[in-house]
Design a protein around this ligand. Structure first.
Ligand SMILES: *Cc1c(COP(=O)(O)O)cnc(C)c1O
Length: 449
């Protein structure tokens, strides 16, 4: 099919996620192929994958070992259900995931996307207390500015106003505690912001622990909320409070898992042992939709009983435990081991820090936030006052469109340009990406004057 017809059909019949279709019509993009960290569109234009194809990709595209694992699995079977039956690669992957996860976690419940892994975590935590006869424990606590996916349960434990406000009547109520932010604290001090947030959490737990099933937080860094990093000791502090008040700690590692922050899982930065952990994005190297909710033996045992006790976890999706996806995940994790990829990512993150420090010279750069290879570059109108551009100016969005012209893809989060390269990006490729970002952001300045 020729390019013109593909565009016409895409404009006429498609509705893209998280996309104002009016924007798509003005600057359409259709990808045809990829190789390594390069994506190619239907005209043959090449782009560096500066956002890991929305935070998923690990080893680049068309990685031979993963391609071959999927082909080999196809010769066995593509899919059979996990309802009431297991399958070979899903068993092997469960063992691997438990090995890699924090010691507390021993049980793997599969699904197909990050949001589903969160829905499952919510229902699992809720039913855990029901099954234990503590039927009052039905509520969740979250942090302001949190993001856990787009399904109705996931938005009910999320709190990003522009994504969630319109659905407020659909959502169940959760308690929200302010995320500790130095910038929003009168003292401007991160550790004081942390102490205050922990004190708020303690007060909420003291007054309401009898109604609270779980605390749901992103691990160490809030991604979709704009790349905000927790002050050190904060996640550990939350863990202690959960233990003290008998509340399940549910940690969302959908974005941060699989080496993204320089550790296999971000909880390792603080030695935190969650009761439930959600994983997705990087699990298959960015190939196929596999997700999982990983939990403890204690949670599992609350569901284990004679059928007639009605303690079964009545939840499942048609494609759960898909063999092709599990085979891709196993090949993905084998490459992690073979190449020591997590250590490599930690070293690359140090290099990226030096690259981003150079961007700091530009007049329209606000804060630059980074944890491992998860980076947010804030675009401001006025560097002195920290004033942002107006919604109409869409400075970060326009900067990313310019990056596209210069040969790199990424997407903004409000005023923040996301930089999240595949873990396997080479030092040269990282340098090239930062040069493109620098040029595009420098040009905002020209446009603004
Ligand atoms: C992306 C993301 C999700 C949702 O994952 P999907 O696979 O897009 O449904 C959930 N939690 C966090 C922290 C995420 O970054």
């Amino acid at each position: 099919m020729d390019a013109k017809r593909l565009y016409e059909i895409s404009k006429k019949h498609m509705w893209l996620p998280f996309t104002q279709m009016k924007d798509y019509e003005e600057a359409p993009l259709i990808i045809e192929s990829g190789e390594g960290v390069i994506l190619k569109d239907i005209h043959g234009n090449e782009y560096l994958d500066g956002y890991s194809s929305l935070w998923l990709n690990v080893h680049g595209h068309r990685r031979r070992e993963i391609d071959e694992a999927i082909k080999a699995q196809l010769d066995q079977i593509a899919h059979s259900t996990l309802l009431g039956a297991a399958n070979v690669p899903s068993i092997q992957l469960a063992e691997k995931l438990v090995q890699l996860s924090p010691d507390s976690l021993t049980r793997v419940f599969y699904s197909d996307s990050g949001a589903e892994s969160v829905e499952i975590a919510i229902k699992m935590a809720y039913q855990y207390w029901q099954n234990k006869g503590e039927s009052e424990k039905t509520k969740f606590v979250t942090l302001s500015n949190g993001y856990h996916g787009d399904t109705v349960g996931a938005i009910s434990v999320g709190s990003i106003d522009i994504y969630h406000r319109v659905y407020s009547a659909l959502m169940f109520d959760s308690y929200t505690v302010p995320f500790p932010s130095a910038r929003n604290h009168p003292s401007g001090d991160e550790q004081r912001a942390k102490e205050e947030s922990l004190a708020d959490m303690r007060k909420l737990f003291e007054e309401n622990h009898g109604q609270i099933a779980g605390l749901m937080v992103e691990s160490m860094i809030q991604g979709a909320g704009g790349m905000h990093i927790m002050p050190s000791g904060y996640l550990k502090g939350l863990e202690k409070l959960c233990r003290e008040f008998n509340i399940l700690l549910v940690v969302d590692e959908v974005a941060t898992g699989f080496g993204r922050t320089g550790k296999m899982f971000a909880v390792e930065h603080e030695g935190v042992q969650p009761d439930i952990m959600t994983i997705a994005k990087g699990i298959t190297g960015g190939y196929l939709p596999i997700a999982a909710t990983v939990t403890t033996e204690e949670v599992y045992e609350a569901f284990y009983a004679d059928f007639t006790e009605m303690k079964t976890f009545f939840h499942g999706h048609s494609y759960t435990g898909n063999q092709l996806g599990c085979a891709a995940a196993l090949a993905n994790l084998a490459i992690f081991e073979k190449e020591g990829l997590v250590e490599q990512a930690a070293r690359k993150a140090e290099y990226v820090q030096t690259l981003l420090a150079e961007l700091n010279e530009l007049p329209h750069i606000g804060e630059i936030r980074q944890l491992g290879l998860m980076c947010g570059i804030e675009i401001v109108k006025d560097k002195e006052t920290g004033e942002f551009f107006s919604l109409e100016e869409r400075a970060a969005y326009r900067a990313t469109l310019r990056m596209r012209e210069l040969g790199m893809l990424t997407r903004p989060l409000g005023d923040v340009v996301v930089f999240m390269p595949p873990l396997a990006a080479s030092y040269e490729e990282l340098t090239k990406m930062s040069q493109i970002m620098k040029q595009a952001i420098a040009e905002i300045q020209l446009a603004a004057k």
